[in-house]
Design a protein around this ligand. Structure first.
Ligand code: NAP
Length: 210
């Protein structure tokens, strides 16, 4: 199976690239700095490109069966209006529909969409001040995905750490269970790679925490 990972050069995307290769998938890794990915594997195609440019996304989708979107913005960008998530998702959905690619697995975060209501009273104000702009855009991104008609899964991790892959984390699928916590990028990547061949979380928005 050829997998396209959008945002593959760092963080969750890079971990997902490593784990998908280890699971035997062919990975096309899209990021502006894709050529700098320090992984060498005959099944890895490093594709430098911009998720906001339709021509880059169209080219990256050729022959792909599953798309994993793990885009992120830098700390400095959190204090300006954020449009990356929704803009890149509009481009992606249009391109997937044109090319007939149905499966989209996307990372947003705890606090996006209807999980915002599950943020504790204590965390609500700091969350709004620091992450409000980014998460407003992630909420729009989630709406676009839910309305896309694709076979989507939205993974909403809690606070990310750089810890190891342990396989020990919780998948909170029901709104009544949602709460914040921590989880390693490597464990989020494990969840994403498991979804490649598994439809159990299609049209679901699980929160992922330890
Ligand atoms: N930090 C947390 O505690 C936390 C909690 C929950 C959810 N999240 C979310 O989890 C996601 C992943 O976070 P992370 O820290 O693992 O990722 P990250 O280190 O921020 O990596 C972001 C990736 O997106 C790529 N990217 C950004 N703009 C792009 C563009 N225009 N075109 C192509 N690629 C682009 C970057 O590559 P290039 O720069 O090379 O293009 C990079 O590979 C983010 O959405 C983040 O908000 C974070």
């Amino acid at each position: 199976m050829r997998i396209l990972i959008i945002g593959a050069s760092k963080g969750i995307g890079l971990e997902t690239t490593r784990q998908a290769l280890a699971a035997g998938h062919h990975v096309r890794a899209l990021a502006r700095s894709a050529t700098a990915i320090a992984v060498s594997n005959p099944s890895l195609e490093k594709m430098p490109g911009d998720a906001l440019k339709p021509e880059d996304v169209e080219a990256a989708l050729a022959g792909v069966g599953v798309v994993i979107q793990t885009l992120g913005v830098g700390l400095g960008e959190l204090f300006r209006p954020v449009h990356l998530f929704s803009d890149a998702t509009r481009v992606l959905i249009a391109a997937m529909n044109r090319q007939g690619v149905k499966r989209l697995i996307c990372v947003t975060g705890f606090g996006a969409g209807d999980s915002r209501a599950s943020i504790s009273c204590l965390q609500r104000l700091p969350f709004q001040i620091v992450l409000g702009r980014a998460y407003d855009d992630k909420t729009l991104q989630e709406t676009l995905i839910k309305e896309s008609g694709l076979d989507w899964t939205i993974a909403r991790p809690g606070v990310l750490t750089s810890g190891p892959r342990t396989g020990r984390y919780r998948i909170l699928a029901e709104a009544s269970q949602w709460r914040n916590g921590i989880i390693s990028r490597a464990n989020v990547a494990e969840f994403l790679v498991r979804q490649i061949g598994d439809g159990a979380f299609i049209r679901k928005t699980p929160v992922l925490i330890n």
